[in-house]
Design a protein around this ligand. Structure first.
Ligand SMILES: [Zn+2]
Length: 320
């Protein structure tokens, strides 16, 4: 089965009124863990990778192997997506290696890391859309600033600048993006909010306002992991030092889906769960040195959280 574009996956989600989880993977074992969950849940899935974030010497080699692993799950409906492409070159390389969707995050200048102007964002995003659409690949753009450490790339912790619905509509019109990451109250990374937001993190009315103006654009939530408290507690019990942090609760995400969110990025939750499983296992098995045993434990844990998110987002059972 050929890989799906993001547009195909999200058009079905739009019809069905659900969202599709996008899970960040940085090695092949994580990709298998995500794909196993998708198969078990009969859920569509978006497997996404960030340029530069992997342990391999050659990124092109890694992306080719990732694509092969994804394609080997021929019964699973998968989109292979580049998360937070920072430049035209990042996106062009991902397309070359068979990704069916790319995000161009032109909200910051890739070289200087300064915030880009609206005009610069439009120009770069537009050029990526021209290339991608000529190859049948979908594009996700970003407007404004989603708070937190932007995918751990710059380490910059920023305030959230909420999306302006009117400008969002102009941006989509000027660039032709298929999907748009909107700053509606989420925050990147494993440290989001230092207090419980009381289920009030997401500005649901803002999502509705943007969706009203952009009925045929797929809206994307970034930085929307829930930060499972059990994972943080486990990590810290076995030697970690994560600060107290609160994420976006499940009920809020459900409301977001009801208001038009169709793709939800969940990098941090599965990575926290992976880390918790590894720390707990190694601590409890101090004589175990066979890598496959510990890695197997992390894969099972990651499959578990991914499957849980698929059920929460309503994507379970959507693949015949
Ligand atoms: Zn993001």
């Amino acid at each position: 089965m050929p890989l799906n574009t993001l547009a195909t996956t999200l058009s079905r989600a739009e019809e069905g009124g659900y969202a599709v989880g996008a899970f960040n993977v940085s090695d092949l074992n994580q990709a298998v863990a995500v794909l196993e969950a998708a198969r078990a849940e009969r859920s569509p899935v978006i497997v996404q990778a960030i340029a530069g974030m992997h342990p391999y010497a050659d990124e092109g080699w890694w992306w080719d192997r990732l694509r092969e692993v994804v394609q080997s799950y021929s019964d699973v409906e998968v989109t292979l997506h580049l998360d937070h492409g920072r430049s035209y070159d990042d996106c062009a390389r991902a397309i070359e290696h068979g990704f069916t969707s790319v995000m161009i995050d032109a909200s910051r200048n890739a070289e200087t890391d300064e915030p880009a102007s609206y005009e610069q964002n439009v120009a770069l995003t537009r050029s990526v859309v021209e290339l991608a659409h000529s190859r049948g690949v979908s594009v996700e753009g970003e407007l404004g600033t989603i708070g937190g450490a932007e995918a751990g790339l710059s380490g910059v912790v920023e305030e959230i600048v909420f999306a302006d619905p009117k400008q969002a509509a102009e941006f989509v019109d000027a660039t032709g993006v298929d999907a748009l990451a909107v700053a509606v109250g989420t925050s990147h990374g494993s440290v989001k909010f230092t207090t419980d937001q009381g289920g009030q993190s997401l500005r649901i009315s803002l999502i509705r306002d943007i969706k009203d103006r952009l009925p045929s654009t797929y809206l994307v939530l970034h930085g929307s992991s829930s930060i499972p408290p059990e994972a943080v507690v486990t990590i810290n019990r076995f030697g970690g030092v994560l600060p107290e942090s609160y994420g976006i609760d499940t009920e809020q995400k459900r409301e977001g889906i009801g208001s038009g969110i169709r793709k939800i990025n969940q990098g941090t939750d599965s990575h926290l769960t992976w880390t918790a499983a590894l720390r707990e296992f190694l601590s409890g098995h101090p004589t175990e040195v066979e890598p496959s045993v510990a890695i197997g434990v992390t894969m099972k844990a990651m499959s578990g959280i991914v499957a849980r998110r698929m059920r929460e987002f309503g994507s379970t059972g959507r693949v015949a």
